[in-house]
Design a protein around this ligand. Structure first.
Ligand code: NAD
Length: 372
């Protein structure tokens, strides 16, 4: 493998491999782009079949974080880390503290967070060694469960999409099909029902479905029927790749807007939705509430501030739709364009020299005093 071609292909700045034989840590940190600020992105633990698969994953995920932070108006770049190992057997305090010590050497260029198979407890171990971690326990100034914020951002995205499609933001006037009623789906169904909407739900966890039918008066739909309903809004909150060759012709909805990552199996699906006059709210902009919430920890966590910033996702989705109309491109491409335009514009402003106290003006060297 020609490593630099591989890494440079998507414009990554830095990829670091960390190894600790005693704790068993094998980690890869990928920093994609830091034009807007330090690279923030979660720490994923996975039993990757090959090291190449781990590298591929971290490169893909870190690039996604650049776009997500940029489109959300955050002063953050994109990064991600993967731990190669079995989350059931390979975790220990030493393992995560070792990771914390290593990322500390990156001098704040990378900030880690929870992701698939890592927990608040793992973040707390990392926090023993470095400040460059968010998603720690609320006792340490952490922001807690991100799901209500992700759900709120999704609701704001639905409102922006209703406005675009029908010129009406009243959630209660429509029928929704919600696929997956876990952490995020639960809060979405709750809000929609409170607004008086008709809500169809499905989940592989039947107990969960029964609970929501009972608690909120949602209507249960068999797993595979969720694509065929008469709901105007399809809300994927379970898995990626749900808009694919097998499902797209079954959709009768006007809008797809949910919290799942990577909903379009291929970019062709984004064009196909457009051709069918189905409005697609780009997933990574819709579900940025969790990232926005956790990022606020860096300035001292404040839930009111978080709510204000997550509420602004309405305006972000609206801008994406405007770019989509302006440039005659589908919204999923417009989201990328919005992110790229912001990075380019702010990158330009950084070319102007402003005196930074850390900038060395001359060739003077600091004298380091070494005690005898
Ligand atoms: P979760 O695991 O709590 O809930 C997912 C639910 O989907 C579960 O109840 C599960 O049983 C169900 N499910 C799994 N496979 C299914 C299938 N084939 N059909 C129907 N239901 C199925 O996860 P979550 O935290 O609620 O997140 C939901 C989605 O939003 C995920 O794709 C996640 O990556 C994304 N997301 C979540 C957050 C967050 O803050 N939690 C942030 C950004 C993105």
């Amino acid at each position: 493998m020609n490593l630099f071609d591989y890494i440079g292909d998507k414009g990554h700045e830095q990829v670091v491999f960390f190894n600790c034989n005693t704790s068993g840590l094998k980690a890869i940190v990928a920093i994609h782009n830091t034009t807007l600020g330090p690279a923030l992105g979660g720490l994923r633990m996975w039993n990757y079949e090959t090291e190449e698969a781990a590298l591929k994953d971290v490169l893909r995920l870190s690039r996604g974080m650049t776009y997500k932070a940029a489109v959300s108006g955050l002063n953050l770049g994109g990064g991600k880390a993967v731990l190669i190992g079995d989350p059931k057997t390979d975790k220990s305090e030493a393992f995560f503290r070792s990771f914390g010590r290593f990322i500390n050497t990156l001098g704040g260029r990378y900030i880690t967070a929870e992701d698939v198979n890592t927990t608040v407890e793992d973040m707390d171990h990392i926090y023993q060694e470095t400040d460059n971690v968010v998603g720690v326990h609320p006792a340490h100034g952490g922001s807690g469960d991100p799901s209500p914020y992700t759900a709120f951002g999704t609701i704001r995205s639905i409102e922006a999409s209703l406005n675009k499609k029908y010129g009406n933001t009243n959630l209660g006037d429509y029928t929704y099909a919600v696929q997956g009623v876990g952490h995020v789906g639960y809060h979405i169904v709750k809000t929609l029902r409170e607004k008086g909407a008709k809500v169809l739900i499905t989940d592989i966890n039947q107990t969960r479905v029964n609970d929501l039918v009972h608690e909120f008066g949602a209507e249960a739909v068999p797993l595979n029927d969720i694509y065929d309903t008469d709901a105007q809004i399809f809300v994927p909150c379970a898995l990626g790749g749900v808009i694919n060759e097998n499902t797209i012709d079954r959709l009768k909805c006007d809008i797809v807007c949910g919290s799942s990552n990577n909903q379009l199996e291929t970019s062709k699906m984004g064009h196909e939705l457009e051709a069918r006059n189905i409005l697609y709210a780009p997933d990574y902009a819709v579900n940025a509430g969790g990232l926005i919430n956790v990022a606020i920890e860096l300035q001292g966590y404040d839930s009111d501030r978080s709510n204000r910033m997550v509420s602004n996702i309405y305006n972000i989705i609206e801008r994406i739709y405007k770019i989509s109309d302006r440039d005659s491109i589908p919204p999923f491409e417009a989201a990328n364009r919005l992110a790229e335009e912001r990075i380019a514009a702010l990158g330009e402003t950084k070319k102007v020299y402003t005196r930074n106290p850390l900038t060395r003006l001359t060739g003077r060297r600091r004298t380091i005093q070494v005690e005898a």
